[in-house]
Each structure stands twice: as structure tokens, then as C-alpha cells.
Design a protein around this ligand. Structure first.
Ligand code: MN
Length: 500
């Protein structure tokens, strides 16, 4: 998982009407806010303080410097006093990175005993931030607004989440997906317009003949394969289930060889996500299972059956959660089968093999079992069950005239009983607001069976990302009703028709 050491700039707005004494205070206050935010331990990236902006020229210069500084992932703006917003027009017009409007104030409480007009003129964010917010809205610029005192943990948490979204916006254009197979024949939802995806998201999606990557696998030295197999045997439980130990190890070795060969290919050619297809494996001996699971754990995106949209989304969501303290995991996933028992409704999530071990809870085992699809030898795979708690399942679809990102809040649970005959990693969740309305909404919105799933991101973050990309997003959550959703879809279709 290679990510840049991003920083965010803090720009405070004012004007020269208030005199040097006031401007000194403004600068001092913004310095303290930046210092304390950086010390909070909540923000995943550093904030860099910038001198107070008081006129057109300084504002324009700052935004252009932010554009050209590769380490800058966004600008946080705050109007300590009143800053006439016409001064912001040119700078905002030329600015191209994520923008946060932190609507805060230096003091938390009104100083009832001492407040006078000087204090009011110096501390008027309620006034100045409205003038600034007006021009950003009038100019139709996407930005995040976070409201509250800068010392509040909740405010800091929202800034932290926005920072991760901003990095997702910045890094989206660095995602390159390799297709080692085309889309599964006749499947609709995994298809899409790759040119439009590059225009909207910056993704590069390239195809290679499967045997070109298979050659990288064939070229892996035996000693490297043996070493990785040893690592697997140390790290995971070996679940022979009656198979011959030597034969089992050979099957595992095939996956180790694929892992090393694929990673070499991806690194050399600078790809961060990959799609495979069980029906197009060339000279590969097994469907990449364990190998893909391990690559996903390292931060690569993946999509099955040629699904490059989900592969890129998995990569994106892994970037957004990278380095997160106590992260619970992010994975490619597929809606497989239901439990429809009243009160126990949920969807059993899995794939043929490829579920990321970052979402696992408890021991991880290796099994070698036949695959009912494809025509290769029994692939080795990691098996486990997943963590409980809230998460989001996302599906990016191509509607022909636009992309839509569907985001469903889900509640992950343990299944009631073990499933000893099911040789794949699984998760189990109940979509919000409940299975019936959740699944009905998902289907009405056109969501796929494949999803990019994470425990560590919120629907709000994904909506902000979609807004920044200029695409439609639809959230299915606790407040969703079918009538409301159907109207939303209709209204959205009109909005995007007009927007084109
Ligand atoms: Mn699939």
C-alpha cells in the first residue's frame, strides 16, 4: 500500500479593514487552531498553517500554489472576520483540489461579562463564513462544510473523515486496473464505459492477454515459491480434510507462485488493481484464489469476472482507509444467498474464492477444494468468517448516460451456526433499513451483485467522493423508504439529464 505523505493547508480569511492589532489576533488564533488540531491525534494527515488571506491577489496565489504542490491534498478555509467574497472568486475559480469550509470560531462561549463591539468585529465567523459560503455556492463549487468548535472531538472526527475522502479524490486518478480477462460473457452489470471512467475518475483500465501475466507466474523461482509456502504454513491453519498432505502442499504452492508472479507484474507495470475471470485462465493451473486474497490484503483492488469498476472501487476504498488505526477491513464481495427466516434476515456474502482477509475475525485456514466452475485443478483458498458491526456496501454502475454509486449501510453479524461444508470465506449482513426494503431499494437503483465493502468508511464519505467526481450517488440507509427512493431516482434522472 503505497500512499503519499499528503498535507492539508489551512487558509484563514479576513480583510485589512480591522487594523493590524486585529489581524495579529486573527493570525495568532488560526495558528493555535492548527497546532491543536495537529496535536489532537485524530487527524490522519498534517495541517499546514498559511498566513491570513486579505485580498484578491493573496487568495489567488495561495490556491494556485496549492494546485501545484503535489503534497497538498486540499485546502481548509475559515473566515475569522468578514472577508468580502468577491476577493475569493478568481482564486476559487482556478482551484482544482478538495475544499473544506470549516465553519468554526476561536472562542467556544460568548464572553458575557466582557463582550464589546471590538470583540464582535474580531470574532464574526457567523457573519464572514456566510458571505464566503454564498460565493462558493453561487459558483457551484463542490466543498465540504463542517460546523462546530474546533476543539470538539466530533468536529475533528469529521475533518479526519473528510481528509480521507480528499485523499480518495486526489488518488483516484492514480488508479490503474489490469484486466487479464474480458467481461464474463453476457453479464451486463459488470460492463461499462472505460473511456468515461477515465474522464470521470481518472482510472486507466488496460487489458493484457492472460498468458502474458501467466508467464510472470511461470518465471517465479522455485525457492521463492517454497519460502512463501512456508510463510503460509506458519501463518494459517492447514485444513487438510482428508487430502494427501503432499498433494495439498503442491496445490498451495501454485497459489504462492501466482501471488509472487502477479505482484511482480503489477509492480513492474504500475497497476494497483486487477480483474480475473474463471473462464479465461490461459496456462494458469488454478483460478487465483489465495493469491488474490493476499494481494487484496496488501492493498490491491480486485474484481471477479472482469469487473473492473468494482476492482477500482476496492482499491479506492483501501486508499481511503489506509493507515487507519483499528481498521476492520475492506474487500471485494458478492451477494450470494439469503436467510429469509423472520427476525433473522440477512445476506450471506462470499465469492468463489476471493474475499480479503482484512475483514476476517478469528482464525484463518487454508482449504483445497474443487471449484464447480472453470476447468482447472482444485484451487487453494483462505477461509474465515468476518467481523460484526456496521459497514457499507457500494456498487458503481454504468447506466449508459451516467455512472451511479449505490451505497447501502449494512449491519454485519455472525451466522447462527457454523457452515462446515462451505469452503469459502464469508460475511453475513442485514442491509438497512431491513432486508426487504434494503434489497428492494438496491434492485430499483440497479445495484450489482458485486460490491466494494468496508467497515471503515461512511456513506457520507462515499457521497462526498461521488459529488467530487460529478456522479450520482444513492444512499440506502435507516431512513430509506421505497416511495422516497423511487422519487429520488426519478428526480436524479432529470437532474443529470439537465446537467449534461
Ligand atoms: Mn462474481
Amino acid at each position: 500500500m503505497v500512499t503519499k505523505n499528503y498535507k492539508f493547508w489551512f487558509a484563514t480569511g479576513s480583510q485589512d479593514l480591522y487594523g493590524d492589532e486585529c489581524l495579529k489576533k486573527v493570525a495568532e488564533h488560526s495558528r493555535i487552531i492548527v497546532e491543536k488540531l495537529n496535536e489532537s491525534g485524530i487527524l490522519p494527515f498534517e495541517i499546514v498553517w498559511k498566513p491570513t488571506l486579505i485580498d484578491n491577489a493573496s487568495i489567488r496565489r495561495l490556491f494556485n500554489e496549492a494546485n501545484s504542490d503535489e503534497a497538498c491534498a486540499g485546502v481548509i478555509t475559515w473566515m475569522h472576520t468578514f472577508s468580502p467574497a468577491k476577493s475569493w472568486i478568481l482564486g476559487l475559480q482556478e482551484y482544482r483540489k478538495p475544499l473544506l469550509h470549516l465553519h468554526t470560531q476561536f472562542n467556544q462561549e460568548i464572553p458575557y461579562d466582557t463582550i464589546d463591539m471590538d470583540f464582535m468585529n474580531e470574532n464574526q465567523s457567523a457573519h464572514g463564513d456566510r458571505e464566503y459560503g454564498h460565493i462558493v455556492t453561487r459558483m457551484g463549487i463542490e466543498r465540504k462544510v463542517v460546523v462546530g468548535h474546533w476543539s470538539s472531538e466530533q468536529v475533528q472526527e469529521r475533518i479526519a473523515q473528510w481528509m480521507r475522502t480528499a485523499v480518495g479524490i486526489m488518488e483516484s486518478s492514480h488508479i490503474r486496473v489490469v484486466r487479464v480477462a474480458d467481461n464474463m460473457r453476457n453479464v451486463a452489470v459488470t460492463e461499462g464505459d472505460k473511456v468515461e471512467a477515465q474522464i470521470k475518475f481518472g482510472w486507466e483500465i488496460d487489458a493484457y492477454p492472460v498468458n502474458e501475466i501467466a508467464q510472470y507466474v511461470a518465471d517465479v523461482p522455485q525457492a521463492d515459491v517454497n519460502a512463501l509456502v512456508e510463510e503460509y504454513y506458519d501463518k494459517y491453519q492447514i485444513l487438510l480434510e482428508g487430502r494427501d498432505e503432499k498433494e495439498f502442499r503442491n496445490h498451495v504452492a501454485v497459489q504462492a507462485q501466482i501471488e509472487i508472479g502477479f505482484e511482480k507484474f503489477l509492480t513492474e507495470k504500475n497497476y494497483q488493481a486487477i480483474v480475473t475471470h474463471f473462464g479465461d485462465l490461459g496456462s494458469l493451473k488454478q483460478l487465483p484464489g489465495l493469491a488474490i486474497q493476499r494481494l487484496m490484503e496488501k492493498g490491491y483492488g480486485f474484481g471477479g469476472e472482469g469487473d473492473w469498476k468494482t476492482a477500482a472501487m476496492v482499491r479506492l476504498m483501501k486508499i481511503m482507509t489506509s493507515g487507519m488505526k483499528d481498521a476492520k477491513g475492506t474487500s471485494f464481495m458478492e451477494d450470494y444467498t439469503y436467510n429469509l427466516v423472520p427476525g433473522k434476515e440477512g445476506i450471506l456474502e462470499a465469492h468463489m474464492l476471493e474475499v480479503c482477509p482484512s475483514i476476517s475475525e478469528g482464525p484463518i485456514g487454508i482449504k483445497v477444494c474443487p471449484l464447480s466452475m472453470g476447468d482447472r485443478e482444485d484451487p487453494a483458498r483462505l477461509v474465515f468468517t468476518s467481523k460484526t458491526g456496521p459497514g457499507i456496501a457500494t456498487s458503481l454502475i454504468d447506466l449508459g448516460d451516467r455512472f451511479r454509486l449505490i451505497i447501502n449501510e449494512v449491519d454485519c453479524k455472525k451466522v447462527e451456526k457454523p457452515m462446515p461444508k462451505l469452503p469459502v470465506a464469508t460475511a453475513f449482513w442485514t442491509p438497512k433499513p431491513d432486508l426487504s426494503v434494503g434489497a428492494e431499494s438496491w434492485i430499483l437503483a440497479g445495484g450489482a451483485h458485486h460490491t466494494a465493502f468496508s467497515y471503515d468508511l461512511t456513506a457520507e464519505q462515499m457521497v462526498d467522493w461521488a459529488d467530487a467526481m460529478g456522479i450520482e450517488s444513492v444512499v440506502i440507509d435507516g431512513a430509506t423508504t421505497i416511495r422516497g427512493l423511487k422519487n429520488e431516482l426519478k428526480w436524479n434522472s432529470m437532474y443529470y439529464m439537465l446537467k449534461r
